[in-house]
Design a protein around this ligand. Structure first.
Ligand code: PMP
Length: 413
């Protein structure tokens, strides 16, 4: 086995054996799955947890006194414990279980931001954000007569911190930043931004969707007010996610969705609501999905982020070096601190044509705007190609991807 792909701490082949889908072929070619920023593949431990839930424990949460109901509730609440541990939340009650970052951001927008916004106020975000960290703010800002402003980034794809700080004016009622860019891989200096926000009394929302699959997150050390994550990018099923928020914020937030599970008492003369986090969890959640979340977190914990990061860093360095050898290829986003996400353009070839041809070679990459129109506008391009790697990828896959890229580019000439 290639020494680069196997270290005593991290045996990538053993890890890959846990991911059934990685063994399949696509168009007759071995799959090279480099679309991990879009959604990750799932280890058998997660698949089995979901399967076990439906085979052995399926019932609704909280409403039943029977044993299955208790087991389903334990699975659901167990995920809250696992998530709290995963991001070092001070209390499990500060974790609202959601369907993903999109729901988490909308909850903050409607329940936290909207009641605080006055005409003339602003929400500050950055040019590199995913639409999920722009559009919810625009919708509530428009309702309140407020605006959404964007802090600029540099050509290398780094947030210009002084410009962000300069925009933290008294009109700003909420600041919102991605921990890691889904397009550029840039890691934003959240701890430093949180300190600046705190000094001015401005709450900070962090979109952690692309950070939690790659690095240990400690919300207390970061010092932010809100941290959103999405399960399906971190080995867990789709339709799972969480919002961590400081207790004082959750206590002050009115419910966003109404229905079962989120009330204390319902009367036509007036309904009282449950305490957080249940106040924000109306209806039947994705219970089996959350059983998968616990399994996903256990999987990360069994590998350890030190080993994951060493391997991913080596992969990123290798992929970056190999892509730099490709004539006419430009990497978009060259921040000093990056997670293994590489956007790029190739002179004379459309990103979508390249991605379509790469698929025929078994290589799954994403082409398009990556739900980041303002970032595309900044770079003056309609789309990029994006290779996003995970700890179960290998150096050999990077080489196969580059070989396929050279082949399909020749076809387009
Ligand atoms: N933020 C970022 C940075 C993302 O990459 C994504 C998913 N592409 C989201 C938010 C939205 O996540 P979800 O669709 O799971 O809610």
């Amino acid at each position: 086995m290639n020494a680069q792909t196997s270290t005593p701490a991290f045996d990538v082949q053993r890890v890959r054996a846990d991911f059934p889908l990685l063994a399949r072929t696509v168009h007759g070619k071995p799959l090279v799955y480099f679309d991990n920023a879009n959604t990750s593949q799932k280890p058998r431990q997660v698949i089995e947890a979901v399967d076990r839930h439906y085979r052995e424990h399926n019932a609704n949460v909280s409403r039943a006194v029977h044993l299955l109901g208790e087991e389903a509730t334990a699975a659901y609440e167990g995920a809250r414990d696992a998530l709290a541990r995963f991001i070092n939340a001070p209390s499990r009650d500060e974790l609202v279980l959601t369907s993903g970052t999109t729901q988490s951001a909308n909850l903050v927008a409607y329940s936290f931001a909207l009641p605080r916004l006055q005409p003339g106020d602003a929400i500050l975000t950055t040019t590199m954000e995913h639409h999920a960290n722009i559009v919810p703010w625009q919708i509530v800002a428009a309702r309140a007569g407020a605006t959404v402003q964007a802090a600029p980034i540099s050509a290398s794809g780094e947030l210009i911190v002084e410009e962000f700080v300069k925009r933290l004016t008294p009109e700003v009622k909420l600041a919102c930043v991605g921990h890691v860019s889904n397009v550029l891989g840039t890691v934003n200096p959240v701890r430093e931004l949180a300190k600046e926000c705190r000094r001015r009394g401005i709450p900070l929302f962090v979109d952690g969707s692309q950070a939690v699959p790659h690095r240990p997150v400690d919300v207390q050390a970061l010092g932010c007010d809100f941290y959103a994550l999405t399960g399906h990018k971190m080995l867990a099923p789709t339709g799972t996610g969480a919002l961590w928020a400081r207790k004082e914020h959750l206590d002050a937030m009115p419910p966003f969705f109404g229905g079962g599970e989120m009330i204390r008492e319902v009367k036509f003369s007036g309904t009282t609501f449950a305490e957080p986090p249940h106040r924000f969890e109306a209806g039947t959640p994705n219970i089996a999905g959350f059983a998968g979340v616990s399994a996903a977190i256990a999987y990360y914990e069994s590998l350890g982020f030190d080993a994951i990061r060493d391997h991913e860093r080596a992969l990123l360095d290798h992929a970056t070096a190999r892509l730099r050898e490709v004539l006419g290829l430009r990497i978009v986003g060259e921040a000093a601190e990056k997670e293994p996400v590489i956007s790029f353009l190739i002179e004379g070839a459309q990103a979508t044509d390249l991605a379509t041809l790469l698929d025929l070679e078994g290589v799954a990459v994403r082409s398009g705007h990556h739900c980041a129109h303002p970032l595309m506008q900044f770079y003056g391009v309609p789309a990029t190609l994006r290779a996003s790697l995970a700890f179960y990828n290998t150096h050999e896959e990077v080489d196969a991807f580059v070989a396929a890229l050279l082949k399909v580019r020749r076809l387009l000439r």
